[in-house]
Structure formats: structure tokens, C-alpha cells
Design a protein around this ligand. Structure first.
Ligand code: NDP
Length: 283
């Protein structure tokens, strides 16, 4: 039976450390790390995410600013809002909640965020730094996956790591982070031949697909560490990309959904905000 990796606990530990780091930064520089969330439109799920981010920010003793914008906002208005916070010294991190309402260009908005305040790690400059293994702001969910692996104590150097999914926000950055830790990384996608066979080679298996329970027990090497990034709404409630029950009989360690990767994303967002604040104020 696999060890269940407790994302809630690991996230709580990260948030506690971030709270201490934020207080220490304030002590050294007089600056309180600050995050602004820009929410365009009234998507209910996005409203919940943003509320959680604001709450977590305040709990960590950080300053939080919120900019709700109507769904009818123009591209120019959203860009102007980003510019405003690029120039606002109280703010170290700018988060534009996705998805944007139809008709707005998210990529252009991301490109406008000052890379020094890009706490989502999606700006091309930060993506380039990640590729080159240079210090920068790393996307929150992938960084959270690495934090969970480290908390589990799994050896990554020389390990066979298989990432299922190649999106810009999860699959690709996770693959790069694993590569920089000297894992031997295979990235799978919808055109991969013999997905079960490739997955079975993995010492570390990361599922970031968006298909409920598609990673089944026969695809998992006994003793492997399995990280399930997937969040899928099904008739029976929330499900990951991994068929949790049967896979936990085979794996060595596994994240549940919910309570695995999910809580890490906000924790890493707070950490990025403190990193960004330190880079701007600690000199
Ligand atoms: P995308 O839809 O952007 O990417 C999915 C990837 O899975 C694609 O690369 C796609 O391949 C691949 N894929 C789809 N079907 C198959 C298949 N049958 N076999 C192999 N590969 C397949 O999703 P995201 O990366 O944005 O998200 C993935 C999951 O993670 C989702 O469930 C999402 O909700 C969740 N998520 C969770 C977060 C968290 O905080 N825990 C944060 C972000 C995402 P191809 O490129 O060929 O189309």
C-alpha cells in the first residue's frame, strides 16, 4: 500500500515558512510583500480561486490587493490595469486570473506583466530562464510538484521520470524542473505510442492530462512515486487523472485528489511573491 503524500501538510509547511520569510523581509527592508489579483468577469470558479489566494496572502502577513474588472473590459483596459501595478511599488506580484472572458488575449496580457512581478512564472522571460536553468520565477503548480517530491524524499538524480501532458503551464515546466534535477525525463502526450508501456518504466510518474482516472494500475511500476496534477469534475465529484484506489495498491507513494497538488499551487504563489519582493527590495 502506497504512502499517501499529504499535500495539505506540505503546503501548510511552505506557507508557514513563507510567513516567516515575509516578516523577516519586512524587518530588514520595511517593505511588506504584496500581491494583486486581477479578475476579469464573474466566472464562479475563478472567484473562488481568487478569494482563496487573497485569504492565503493575508494569513501569511502579506499585503493583498484585488482588482475585479467587468467581463466587458477591453484588452486595452486590462493591459492598462497591468501597467498600473507594474508601476506600483507596494505590489511585488501580479496575478491575472485565467481564463479571461472570450475575446481577450491572455498571452498578450501575460507578456505585459513586468517579469520581476510575474509570480505565475508564465512570462516568456521567466520561461526562458527556466529552460536555461537560471534563477527566476517558476510556475506555481510545477514548483509545487517538485516540493511534494522533495517532501517525499524520492531520489531524482538518474531516476526515470515520465510526465504525461505537455502543456505550457504544467507538463513542460515540470519536465524541465525534473531534468534540472538530473532525472531522465520522458514527456508523453496524446500522440505517444504505447503510453502504458512508457509509464511502466517510471520511477516517478507525473499525470497532468485532464482525463479522470486515465492512469490505471497496470501503467504503474510497483513502488513508483505518482503525482496526480489532474483536477476533473465527474458525476461522483472531484477526480484526479490517476485511478487512485487501484494505483495506491501498486505505487510506493501517491498524491490524493483533492489534497495533493492542489493546495501546493497557492503556497507556491505566496512563495514566489516573497521571492519577487526580496529581489526588488533586498539590496
Ligand atoms: P491541457 O489540456 O493544457 O494539457 C493536457 C495534456 O495532456 C496535453 O499535452 C495533451 O496532449 C495530453 N493528453 C490528452 N489526452 C491524452 C491521452 N489520451 N494520452 C496522453 N496524453 C494526453 O491541461 P493542463 O496541463 O492545463 O492541465 C492538466 C490537468 O491538470 C487538468 O486536469 C487541470 O485541471 C489540472 N491542473 C491542476 C492544477 C492544480 O493546481 N492542481 C493547476 C493546473 C492544471 P496534446 O498536447 O497532444 O494535446
Amino acid at each position: 500500500m502506497a504512502t499517501i503524500i499529504d499535500g495539505k501538510q506540505v503546503a501548510a509547511d511552505v506557507r508557514a515558512r513563507v510567513g516567516k520569510d515575509a516578516a523577516a523581509l519586512r524587518e530588514r527592508t520595511g517593505h511588506t510583500p504584496g500581491l494583486v489579483t486581477i479578475l476579469v468577469g464573474e466566472d464562479p470558479a475563478s472567484q473562488v480561486y481568487v478569494r482563496n489566494k487573497i485569504k492565503a496572502c493575508e494569513e501569511a502577513g502579506m499585503a493583498s490587493f484585488h482588482e475585479p474588472m467587468p467581463a466587458t473590459s477591453t484588452q486595452g483596459q486590462v493591459l492598462a490595469m497591468v501597467e498600473r501595478y507594474n508601476a506600483d511599488d507596494r505590489v511585488d506580484g501580479i496575478l491575472v486570473q485565467s481564463p479571461l472572458p472570450r475575446g481577450l488575449d491572455f498571452k498578450q496580457v501575460l507578456d505585459r506583466i513586468d517579469p520581476a512581478k510575474d509570480v505565475d512564472g508564465f512570462h516568456p522571460l521567466n520561461v526562458g530562464r527556466l529552460v536555461a536553468n537560471q534563477p527566476g520565477l517558476v510556475a506555481c503548480t510545477p514548483a509545487g510538484v517538485m516540493e511534494l517530491l522533495d517532501a517525499t524524499g524520492v531520489a531524482l538524480e538518474g531516476a526515470d521520470a515520465v510526465v504525461v501532458g505537455r502543456s505550457d503551464i504544467v507538463g513542460k515546466p515540470v519536465a524541465l524542473l525534473l531534468l534540472h534535477r538530473s532525472a531522465t525525463v520522458t514527456v508523453c502526450h496524446s500522440r505517444t505510442r504505447d503510453l502504458p508501456g512508457v509509464c511502466r518504466r517510471a520511477d516517478v510518474l507525473i499525470a497532468a492530462v485532464g482525463r479522470a482516472r486515465m492512469i490505471t494500475a497496470d501503467m504503474v511500476r510497483p513502488g513508483a512515486t505518482v503525482i496526480d496534477v489532474g483536477i476533473n469534475r465527474t458525476d461522483e465529484g472531484l477526480a484526479g487523472d490517476v485511478d487512485f484506489g487501484p494505483v495506491s495498491e501498486v505505487a510506493g507513494a501517491i498524491t490524493p485528489v483533492p489534497g495533493g497538488v492542489g493546495p501546493m499551487t497557492i503556497a507556491m504563489l505566496l512563495r514566489n511573491t516573497v521571492i519577487a519582493a526580496a529581489a526588488r527590495h533586498d539590496r
